[in-house]
Design a protein around this ligand. Sequence first.
Ligand code: SF4
Ligand code: SF4
Length: 367
Amino acid sequence: MVGLRPFYIDWAITSHCNLRCGHCVANPVEEMPPELLVELAGEVVGLNPGWVIVEGGEPLMRKELFEVLEEMDRLDLYLITNGMLFTERVSRELRRLGVKVIFSMDGVTGEVYESTKSGASFHRLVEAVELASREGLFHGVTVVLSKRNLHQVKGIVRFVSDHGGKFVTFIPLQPSDRGFSDPYYKKYALSPGDHARVLRAIYRGLQDPRVRVFYDEPFLWAFADQEGVEIPDGRSGITISEFKGCACGTSLYIRPDGAILPCMFSPSSSVISKYPEESLRRGWERVRTSPLIKAFKSRRWREPPCSECEYFEMCFGCMARVCKLSENLSGADPACPLGAGVEARRNTVRKNFLHLEAMSFRSTTPP
Ligand code: SF4
Ligand code: SF4
């Protein structure tokens, strides 16, 4: 029996996509047969998660999508789409089912947007956003933030505000399974300094009362505490202010082939369970009690600067990134903008300690 319900379930219903970006972290995998999808949707309902994100690939490519959404319609549902297949018929169906629509939008000009999403049309995206907005479905956007679109943060928030959206969630670019040898990540990932600058720009400079902006990184709460800024409330469909730090162990990711992983960015080998070989409830139990996740979230098991950070219990670092970029899971999060400060304080403490030791040695040494 599972005692706690998942905060949310993130279900990639298909790995097929109508675009050809080539740098998507979702690896193509075999898909579950259609007859299992509705059954699995029933199991999702049985776990009573706080909310459910349905995504892909491109979820509108899966023809059973509406049947699956219908099965889960008593839950709080969010659909993440690239918008290219968003039509009047699709919007009518989604409205009937009470699904909130989030567009993945990695740029606010044709040039940037179309260069990050190969094969997509910015004009088509704007039409889709306008349609969703007219139908009252436009919840907001997710933005994979990288060096390619960092300069458009303000413009993206303004675009969402102008089109009646409520939320923007920036998701900094994550490495693929290839880690540092992923050339796209190497070229475009944000440095700790970039994170610090953009976090300040968002939470100090960007104040649009109509749009709530989330930065989907576990160190968001540490940053907010250190800088004395407030994280907005409300449910973006991705991040919520009440739950702090890495969501591994408190949420579930279902891959298109039915594999259960801690998070969509977890290495593809970190499969914890598989549907239908095991029930979703059993998969959730395995995630919730995973010794590996527990160890990752234990200060004793981790290395500095994370293990010595005053914010550890509200952050933990990003488990997926540590898995992919560090040599072992006990490592620190290499992207953290606060890590250098923790390390510097640690060195000062160490220096002071050595100084004190030397002083006490001098004072106790006989002349
Ligand atoms: S592994 Fe990283 S991306 Fe996944 S929930 Fe944890 S912090 Fe978020
Ligand atoms: S040092 Fe580690 S625990 Fe502290 S804020 Fe950075 S990632 Fe989080």
